[in-house]
Design a protein around this ligand. Structure first.
Ligand code: NAP
Length: 518
């Protein structure tokens, strides 16, 4: 069922079902594609809710977020079981993702209550200033208005209906319309029901939240094209994110799309680390690349090193660990098909493929692989420089530092980059580190990129094409900044100002007054 601004609706759109990732059988119940009319009504209701929802006291929005968090927990094992049925993810992983989603919601509740996130700045008037008097200026963040959210298939909770786009949008005071991912409509429906109940419980306008199901691109496109929608949050493939960016940019009123897309998360192993602990680094890298069959946006899909002492051991261990690993299920059949297409495409390029393809593999499984390309092939074939979504790692061995530099200079933007270095490595290869710094959102030393801490210092984003706007993070409380705009009041009557900007600071929030904390 769709949750449409407080009501629960079916409809007569084309039917579709989630598919069991193992075996491909259709799961019950049947969902209906949202109609153009349903998209329109959800957007119109969101527009009507925008001002009243933006004006709600912070305590109300905090209560909404905490009620959603409690509601998710209250769904208990039934939620975990439905996620597993729709994604084949192990129970422990689903429980961990649920805990993270609940933590995110509670973090945003705390943020809203604290209030300082509005970044209030007050510059007092100076009527005696020469040659012109200075006006009284006060600014803070205001919500953008209705936000359309598209979640990814590989994070059915943390990047879906109540995930990392929805939580900060509701915290900021933006109504949310979710276009549910068609791979997990049952999970989406359970979570959507919790949000709708929390909206009603807190007496909020019905248009504060809608969830529409659909598997046709037209449904998502209609949502992004609707004039009531003022921003879009997207997590998923580069093709999907880019399509929505283009639609949003071509509207009469262009709107921002904060798209977090694919990333190959390059890893560079510098000479001392290669020599001293190459095999251990290779094993650590392989374990990270194999997590959840490589279905993490931060999965390390590319490794580059300089030929030299330790190179053979590194290469042999990486091959052994990847090709010796058991295949496992993709979260849905189209991810597996996409992986198989990518592997077929890559084998038409000058790469050496090592995969245990001769092992019996279930039809739902993806098979780990190591691909090796020369630096020349890497530089000449753009496809080798983009994400392979699944448990594959591309290895590039460079002859010298100059070639390493050429390879790194050819990289596009990525969510993360990892450097393994010991002793003088970081100093001697400062140019390589600088090349990575300018191409990645998060730099990691001597670790793995998987495992994204939900923390205020986190950056989950990066230069295009990893994200559509490198200035923002999709993880951590700073992600709220995507859904707000700065607004200024000049010489405004004191009692008509938002409380955050009044002289006596009734909420006691952190502010800058004439450039000083106050
Ligand atoms: P996806 O196929 O792009 O789907 C994401 C959502 O966008 C779905 O609702 C999908 O609906 C919709 N969509 C896709 N293309 C569209 C188009 N052209 N027009 C309108 N709507 C469109 O991605 P996925 O399979 O769920 O996730 C896998 C990808 O996500 C990987 O590349 C992975 O790296 C990336 N990812 C990135 C992050 C991050 O934070 N950067 C996190 C997780 C995953 P339809 O199914 O109807 O097309």
């Amino acid at each position: 069922m769709h949750f449409l601004a407080g009501s629960v609706e079916g409809g007569d759109g084309a039917p579709f079902s989630a598919l069991d990732p193992i075996g491909g059988a259709e799961l019950q119940p049947v969902y209906r594609e949202a109609s153009k009319d349903q998209v329109d009504r959800a957007c119109v209701a969101a527009a009507a809710a925008a001002d009243p929802f933006a004006a709600t006291p912070p305590a109300t929005r905090a209560a909404l977020l905490r009620d959603i968090a409690d509601g998710l927990q209250g769904l208990g094992d039934a939620l975990v079981e439905r996620v597993q049925a729709e994604t084949a993810l192990p129970a422990a992983r689903v429980e961990g993702e649920r805990a993270r989603t609940i933590m995110q919601l509670n973090q945003f509740a705390d943020l809203v209550e604290d209030g300082s996130w509005v970044d209030a700045r007050i510059d007092h008037a100076d009527p005696d200033r020469q040659p012109m008097p200075k006006p009284d200026l006060r600014r803070m963040h205001l919500p953008l208005g209705p936000v359309a959210v598209f979640g990814a298939s590989n994070f059915p909770l943390a990047y879906s209906v109540a995930g990392g786009d929805t939580a900060p949008a509701l915290a900021a005071g933006c109504p949310v319309i979710v276009k549910g991912h068609p791979a997990h409509p049952g999970t989406s429906e359970m979570v959507g029901g919790v949000i709708q109940a929390a909206v009603a419980k807190n007496g909020l306008p019905a248009g504060t939240f809608s969830l529409l199901h659909g598997r046709l691109h037209e449904t998502g496109e209609a949502l992004v094209s609707h004039e009531a929608v003022k921003a879009v949050g997207f997590t998923g493939s580069h093709g999907g994110g880019r399509a929505l960016c283009d639609i949003a940019a071509a509207r009469r009123e262009p709107i921002p799309v904060f798209a977090e897309m694919g990333s190959a998360n390059p890893v560079v192993v510098l000479p001392n680390a290669l020599r001293q602990r190459g095999a251990a680094v290779a094993a650590q890298l392989a374990a990270s690349a194999l997590l959840a069959q490589g279905q993490f946006c931060t999965s390390p899909g590319m490794v580059v090193w300089l030929d030299g002492e330790g190179s053979e051991a590194f290469s042999a261990t990486l091959r052994e660990q990847l090709t010796g690993a058991a295949p496992g299920p993709a979260v849905h059949p189209s991810i597996r098909q996409g992986y198989e297409r990518a592997m077929a495409e890559l084998t038409t390029l000058p790469v050496e493929l090592s995969a245990a393809a001769d092992r019996a593999v279930n039809s739902s499984d993806v098979c780990p692989a190591l691909l090796q390309a020369t630096p020349q092939a890497f530089l000449q074939n753009a496809r080798l420089r983009t994400e392979i979504y699944g448990p594959a790692v591309l290895a590039v061995v460079c002859e010298d530092a100059a070639q390493l530099q050429q390879v790194l200079a050819a990289l596009d933007g990525h969510l993360t980059a990892t450097v393994h270095g010991d002793g003088a490595d970081f100093v001697e290869h400062a140019a390589a580190v600088a090349a990575l710094r300018s191409r990645a959102g998060r730099l990691i030393a001597n670790g793995v990129p998987t495992g994204v801490e939900v923390s205020s210092a986190m950056v989950h984003g990066g230069p295009y094409p990893a994200a559509s706007d490198a200035r923002f993070s999709a993880v951590g409380v700073t992600s709220i900044l995507r859904w707000v705009r700065p607004a200024c009041w000049q010489d405004w009557p004191q009692d008509q100002l938002p409380v955050e900007l009044q002289d006596d600071n009734p909420r006691g929030i952190s502010r800058l007054v004439n450039g000083e904390p106050g």
